[in-house]
Design a binder for this molecule. Structure first.
Ligand code: NAI
Ligand code: ISE
Length: 336
């Protein structure tokens, strides 16, 4: 079966996911596009999906009879309305992170899906599909003993002036928030934020870098540095310290060179390249489940838990050095 897909939000990642579905993966076809900037949807139609219909609104796209499933890749603050509309229409929906920009918004999605009675939503937490994180999870489960600490870093070369201090949580740390829950099979109980001095490449509305400390229910302490003006590259680091040993996330493959009296290899600079393979795997997983009218992979519950944690981290940013408790209701049976 070919799953007929509509894409809402045809910017950077919407265009890239449309390309994947039409040119790389099996079992899906882009039949509909929508963007508040219609020229963007028309450009994706011209370049990638010539047979697709361009709709004026996301709601019209979701309602279209020939759309079997939906990709929500618009700006984060608009995700909730489209995911709720997809659930109301009973259509599988892949939603890029964040599921919603507030915990209450994410909870509305959980409640709607639970009321519907079947999983329809996959959240775009692609790191769970990354071969490096999968290998790291296997190593900590089989070799390094019970985890005690995690040291991590999320570094981007640069951001624009539109990127502000809370976005370091909602837009960037959200990946670590999800992947560490999955990696450690644990939930968070508290958050704390420390700000070193702000670097010269930052701007008035962004305190960069920052260090977020999350503590889990099992007592693991996770320190993550977020540094989005690090200049030198896009660099994701993760080291898990266990009772018997230490396991680190593998570096992306790069040719090592002995050149000009230096031992060197390149560092990636763009997030699109760092997780290119995992985006393919997550969307193939979505197409497979959507063909059966359901969803797999990261759930609305995972999106909600990430949103609860993100809200606590933002509260911790506003109260530097304070420990902010994290609490959440019990997990519905749909997500067991
Ligand atoms: P972008 O700004 O390049 O594209 C977003 C598009 O959505 C724009 O074309 C914009 O006109 C459109 N849009 C905004 N509001 C809309 C609405 N109400 N209805 C329809 N279209 C609307 O942004 P980008 O980088 O593609 O990010 C989109 C989403 O994907 C964000 O939530 C972001 O956090 C997420 N993302 C996820 C990544 C990952 O690694 N999983 C990487 C990059 C982005
Ligand atoms: C971006 O939106 C992403 O999701 C990337 O994966 C992340 O590394 C980056 O910091 C975000 O801005």
């Amino acid at each position: 079966m070919t799953v007929r897909i509509g894409v809402i939000g045809t910017g950077a990642i919407g265009r890239d996911h449309a390309r994947r579905i039409n040119q790389v993966l099996a079992g899906g076809k882009i039949v509909a596009l929508s963007d508040v900037n219609p020229a963007s949807a028309e450009a994706v139609k011209a370049d990638i999906a010539p047979d697709a219909t361009v709709y004026a609104t996301g709601e019209e796209l979701i309602a279209a009879a020939d759309v079997d499933a939906v990709l929500v890749t618009s700006w984060g603050a608009t995700h909730e309305q489209y995911v709720l509309a997809a659930i109301a229409a009973g259509k599988p929906c892949f939603c890029e992170k964040p599921l919603a920009t507030t915990a209450t918004g994410a909870k509305r999605i959980v409640d709607a899906e639970v009321a519907f009675g079947r999983r329809l939503v996959q959240v775009g937490f692609m790191r769970r599909y990354d071969a490096g994180y999968v290998a790291l999870k296997q190593a900590i489960e089989t070799h390094t003993g019970a985890p005690v600490m995690v040291h991590a870093a999320h570094r981007n070369p640069a951001v624009t002036e539109a990127y502000t201090t809370p976005m370091a949580i909602h837009d960037t740390l959200i990946h670590e928030i999800d992947v560490f829950r999955w990696l450690l099979e644990d939930d968070y109980v508290s958050a704390r934020v420390t700000f070193p001095r702000t670097c010269a490449r930052s701007h008035a509305k962004l305190r960069d870098p920052q260090i977020v400390t999350l503590t889990t229910a099992k007592g693991v302490v996770i320190n993550t540095e977020i540094f989005v003006n690090c200049h030198y590259g896009y660099d994701i680091q993760c080291e898990v310290v266990g009772e018997d040993g230490v396991a680190s996330l593998p570096e992306p493959m790069a040719v090592q060179m002995r050149l000009g009296a230096k031992l060197q290899n390149s560092i990636l600079t763009d997030w699109k390249d760092r997780f290119v393979a995992s985006y393919d795997v997550e969307l193939q997983d979505f197409l497979k489940a959507a063909a059966e009218g359901t969803a797999s992979g990261p759930t609305s519950w995972d999106g909600y838990m990430a949103a609860v944690t993100a809200d606590a981290c933002v509260a911790a940013q506003d109260d530097e050095g304070a420990t902010v408790a994290i609490s959440y209701p019990s997990r519905p049976a749909l997500y067991a």
